[in-house]
Design a protein around this ligand. Structure first.
Ligand code: ZN
Length: 291
């Protein structure tokens, strides 16, 4: 199931994205089944119960609850995650191009929900940064409260996956030891278009991941190259903090970021950045200058 949050007639609603030859559509889950919440986090908190309501609604859905994709505005699937936990240096080639050793433990930092935007929404290029960069990443969305879960059990706590762009102002990131300020500008966490549920992703460690700008491929790898697997990350992070439904873990970026290219290729207003992950879809965002 490709779960989406969308805007229709001025209202935020929960839906399912359907790809078909006749054109992409969105099923309005709230219209098809009014007992379902409009908020993704509430839906995830509902666990098997809300999922089964959604499955039933989809089986008997009528045309009145199906809209052409062009008639709605997709938002980030989780608009205000409780946590956005990012992993640094989690692909060997990216650690090497950054001049860093492959870490022994996950390098963890935070973004906040001021960063979140959805597909098609603009990445705002701040006036005060000259080095705004892109990072294609697979995002993991937590589905069940997780505390100190074993690696072998960790994927049972994952609701699904989505394309994520860990936009980074390298000048702000590098000027102190903590990366946070460079990572936390408004609009620096595009994600979506859909939360693809885990049942559609039997192996999250086998997905091609690619980033391009205006058709030029900048990053190309596969999630099998992650240093710390999704299961290892969920287990090790949950050893410290309770993970809640809707929390997002961005699993790190492969080589090819703009700062490491020769010459460097930073984002400019007018660029359109495209993150594509096998099975998970395409996340595209234009870059605009700060007003
Ligand atoms: Zn990153």
């Amino acid at each position: 199931m490709k779960l989406v949050t969308f805007l229709y007639n001025g209202q935020i609603r929960l839906g399912v994205l359907r790809r078909s030859a006749g054109g992409d559509t969105v099923v309005d889950l709230n219209k098809a089944e009014p007992r379902l919440p409009t908020d993704m986090i509430a839906f995830l908190q509902g666990g098997a119960e809300t999922r089964s309501l959604a499955d039933k609604a989809l089986r008997s859905v009528t045309n009145a609850s199906i809209y052409p994709l062009s008639a709605v505005t997709l938002k980030a699937p989780v608009m205000r995650p409780g946590k956005i936990i990012c992993i640094g240096l989690n692909y060997r080639d990216h650690a090497a191009e950054s001049g860093q050793a492959v870490p022994e433990y996950p390098t963890v930092f935070a973004k906040y929900n001021n960063c979140v935007i959805g597909p098609g929404e603009a990445i705002v290029h701040p006036k005060i940064s000259q080095k705004v960069d892109y990072e294609a990443e697979m995002g993991v969305v937590i589905g069940r409260r997780a505390k100190a879960v074993a690696e072998a059990d960790a994927l049972n706590y994952v609701a699904g996956y989505l394309p994520f762009n860990d936009v980074s102002a390298r000048d702000f990131q590098a000027r102190v030891s903590q990366w946070e300020m460079g990572k936390s500008f408004d609009t620096f966490a595009p994600m979506g278009p859909a939360l693809v549920t885990a049942d559609e992703v039997p192996d999250p460690q086998s997905l091609d991941i690619r980033l391009s700008i205006g058709g030029e491929i900048m990053q190309s790898s596969n999630t099998r190259n992650l240093v710390f697997s999704v299961a290892a990350l969920v287990s090790q992070i949950s050893a410290v903090m309770t993970l809640e439904p809707g929390d997002v873990i961005a699993t790190g970026t492969p080589g090819g970021v703009g700062a490491a290219r020769k010459p460097p290729r930073f984002l400019r207003p007018g660029d359109v950045v495209r993150v594509e992950i096998e099975r998970l879809g395409v996340l595209e965002n234009p870059v605009v200058a700060e007003a």
